[in-house]
Design a protein around this ligand. Structure first.
Ligand code: GLA
Length: 392
């Protein structure tokens, strides 16, 4: 019996695992099979992990990790501020534990992320006297970092997010971090991007190399990312894939944009990875995406009259939102499954709603329901829906 038919047969007789407040009947799933089994003919199923999970202190997440996932991303422990917090210090302890855990349990492992404007100390691009580094110093700084890190993890991770989030919503470069230090000139930043991928190719030879970004479905941004891919390819610089982060919501993005983005990257020979999938169910998130989120950190939005509007599900997820959450996760997983020949991996950005960054972004201190398990570790209805997608 194939694994797939086993899933179908088991599903027909198994008891329903999912229990929550939704009204719609849920498809049955075999409690012994996990997401990774349901999708074994399609792509890897990953999750972001943290130290509490890997150490077993978060026991229930640990058990879910081993049952449902076959790929991992380090939520924070391989970011520059963790690996190289000061000019004189390096700290590989947590990242080494991540790698050791992954190897022990046969997980596919992502290294995340080498070159980013965020969670990266200023000394990467600023001199000790506070003045910006020269172009040569900046190029040397990123090369030194990539050399140390990729050498340390040589043969231990399967892929690197080489550059994270450098493209703007309009398709140019974002004037932040490395780009800002370089003065923002497009030609110079193009040179920098080529340099960064050349370094990754040199110091991580047997590792997949990706470009990773949010809103990587927006047509202008897709065009900007494709421009970079083609630029690298034209110079014979290796890039293997594009990561679509997929921090999405009940009402965005349009499904057609998702499909078009997958096709656009794939048409350039890129393997597509869905790298940071979660679902924002709270009001106003899409609007904040459009007009910017910085203002929403203002303490004013924590006042009672705003709070009631912005954070309406503090006491639990209403049945109709649970249904919408399940339907949206299902609809998107159906798109991924349809495009499975182009997609290598779908990674969720965490396990339990409590660990999701979406409780703090774009508006701080909210109660969101962004993942597949609720705060008490009951699976959301979405879990059963997603398990059933490949059976259809
Ligand atoms: C980006 C980064 C991730 C993470 C999320 C927010 O998507 O790539 O590492 O920081 O933001 O949690």
């Amino acid at each position: 019996m194939t694994k797939r038919s086993l899933i179908c047969a088991a599903a027909a007789v198994s008891a329903l695992v999912v229990s929550c407040s939704q009204k719609t009947p849920q498809p049955s799933v075999d409690p012994d099979l996990g997401l990774k089994d349901a999708y074994s003919d399609a792509f890897l199923i990953g999750t972001a992990v943290n130290r509490f999970i890997l150490s077993g202190r978060d026991t229930l997440s640990y058990n879910i990790l081993l049952k449902d996932f076959n790929a991992m991303s380090p939520e924070n422990d391989m970011k520059p501020e963790v690996l190289h917090p000061t000019p004189d210090t390096w700290n590989f302890t947590a990242a080494d534990q991540y790698v050791a855990f992954g190897k022990e349990h046969g997980m596919w492992l992502l290294g995340h992320t080498l070159c980013w404007h965020n969670q990266t100390p200023d000394f990467f691009w600023t001199r000790k006297d506070g003045k910006p580094m020269s172009k040569d110093e900046i190029f040397a700084s990123i090369e030194d970092y990539i050399k140390v890190v990729c050498t340390h993890f040589a043969g231990k991770v399967d892929a690197w997010d080489v550059i994270n989030e450098i493209v703007s919503e309009q398709g140019g470069y974002r004037d932040l971090g490395w780009v800002h230090a370089l003065g923002g000139d497009q030609d110079l930043v193009d040179e920098f991007v080529k340099h960064v991928f050349r370094c990754a190719e040199k110091y991580a030879p047997d590792t997949q190399l990706y470009y990773n970004d949010f809103n990587a479905w927006r047509p202008e941004k897709v065009a900007g990312i494709c421009r970079i891919v083609k630029m690298l390819q034209a110079e014979g610089i290796r890039i293997d894939g594009v990561g679509i982060q997929a921090h999405w919501g009940l009402d965005f993005p349009k499904n057609q944009y998702i499909e078009d983005a997958i096709d656009a990257y794939s048409a350039l020979g890129m393997r597509v990875n869905i790298t940071e999938f979660d679902m924002d169910v709270l009001p106003f998130t899409r609007a904040v995406q459009v007009f910017g989120w910085q203002g929403m950190k203002d303490p004013m939005y924590q006042l009672e009259e705003y709070e009631e509007f912005l954070d309406p599900y503090k006491d639990g997820i209403p049945a109709e939102i649970e249904d919408a959450h399940a339907a949206r996760f299902k609809e998107i997983m159906e798109i991924f499954y349809k495009h499975r020949s182009q997609i290598d991996r779908v990674t969720f950005w965490g396990i339990n709603d409590r660990m999701s960054w979406k409780n703090g972004y774009p508006v701080p201190n909210r109660t969101n329901y962004s993942l597949l398990w609720q705060r008490d570790f009951t699976p959301h209805a979405a879990y059963g829906e997603i398990m059933a997608v490949p059976q259809k």
